[in-house]
Write a protein that binds this ligand. Structure first.
Ligand code: HMG
Ligand code: MG
Length: 302
């Protein structure tokens, strides 16, 4: 039987947080509505973070209130603290994602807290989410390399991931925030974490700075049967607190790569490329994916 891939489309959050142009509320809502029709199971539709830290996503409440929610699709959001949780509840997010890192310096720059302090901040947030039966994701950024500290030990990543799961997170997303990981590093991390964390609770989040994201995802899929991936339509993305990072692996490229190897993919490559393509006039630059612009009218394995 073909393995069924699970995609969390992070374009509206990771993608748009890193754009220079101001993307209008209407364009964001249209992007998310188009993504809802592609077949992806989950869409990270915004971030309830400080508008000073990420002005691009300051309108996340309005975005959540205006999107057309497709039944069965999960609309999630980043939440850094209790204030963010209040906003997520107001916006009726289906799921929240708290985020910390396996590197102290990156975490300080990103959320102005050390790892331990950030996990303490998440405790009441996760408690509330659990009380409301909201699923919770925990991100572990800098899971391979830190833009400030260099290579990160897999043991450190495992430790942070286990703490998030112990607090009640339903899954952890391990992030190659600056897109420097290679397949050997992917194997080393998975060899370790899979000893202690069930596969279904691990999601992989590859950025594509050096063109390694597909190679990493394929190593994880083929050798470890990993099926949970984060990706971004058009390959948009990056973190303003991780200089030099490029976008996420493009959803359409990842879907192509996995389906060409026999995986059962949830979404239409053409529809994802179309959703990203509609954003081009607002972005002021081309998309970063290989498939976008070429996918229209093509037949793909599914
Ligand atoms: P802080 O300055 O330490 O927070 O920031 P604070 O509690 O002292 O509050 C300062 C001000 O922010 C106050 O306002 C608060 O009300 C306000 P003021 O009194 O100055 O007017 N504030 C908020 N406003 C709205 N919503 C909130 C909120 N919280 C405080 N939730 C904080 C700490 C975490 C808030 C800040 O550093 C922040 O928002 N950081 C977010 C950074 C971010 O979003 N980075 C990108 C996402 S992470 C990523 O991209 C990696 C990932 O993709 C995985 C990977 O690739 O590895 C997930
Ligand atoms: Mg990211």
């Amino acid at each position: 039987m073909k393995s069924a891939i699970r995609i969390t489309e992070v374009g509206p959050r990771d993608g748009l947080q890193n754009e220079k142009a101001t993307i209008s509320l209407e364009a964001k809502v249209a992007f998310i509505n188009a993504l809802s029709a592609t077949g992806v199971q989950e869409i990270e539709a915004g971030a309830f973070v400080s508008p000073k830290a990420i002005p691009q996503l300051a309108d996340s409440e309005e975005v959540f209130s205006r999107i057309e929610r497709k039944p069965g699709v999960i609309y999630s959001a980043l939440v850094p603290n209790e204030k963010g949780m209040e906003r997520a509840i107001f916006g009726r997010a289906d799921k929240i994602a708290v985020f910390t890192a396996a590197s102290e310096t990156f975490n300080q720059k990103n959320i102005n807290a050390g790892i331990k302090e950030s996990i303490e901040r998440f405790e009441p947030v996760i408690r509330q989410a659990k009380a409301m039966k909201m699923p919770v994701r925990g991100y572990v950024s800098a899971a391979f390399h830190c833009p400030y500290e260099g290579p990160v030990a897999p043991q450190k990543v495992l430790g942070v991931a286990l703490e998030l799961l112990a607090l009640g997170a339903d899954e952890v997303s391990l992030g190659d925030t600056i897109g420097r990981a290679n397949p050997d590093e992917t194997r080393r991390l998975l060899d370790l974490v899979l000893k202690e964390i069930p596969k279904k609770k691990i999601v992989l989040h590859f950025h594509d700075t050096y063109g390694m994201a597909i190679a990493n995802a394929l190593a994880a899929y083929q050798e470890y049967q990993m099926v949970g991936f984060d990706s971004s339509a058009g390959g948009l993305g990056g973190c303003p607190y991780a200089q030099g990072a490029a976008g996420n692996v493009a959803t359409e490229d990842l879907l192509y790569a996995l389906s060409s190897l026999g995986a059962k993919i949830p979404a239409s490559i053409e529809a994802v490329a179309g959703a990203a393509g509609a954003l081009i006039p607002f972005l002021g630059h081309a998309l970063y994916s290989r498939a976008a612009g070429r996918a229209k009218g093509q037949t793909f394995p599914s």
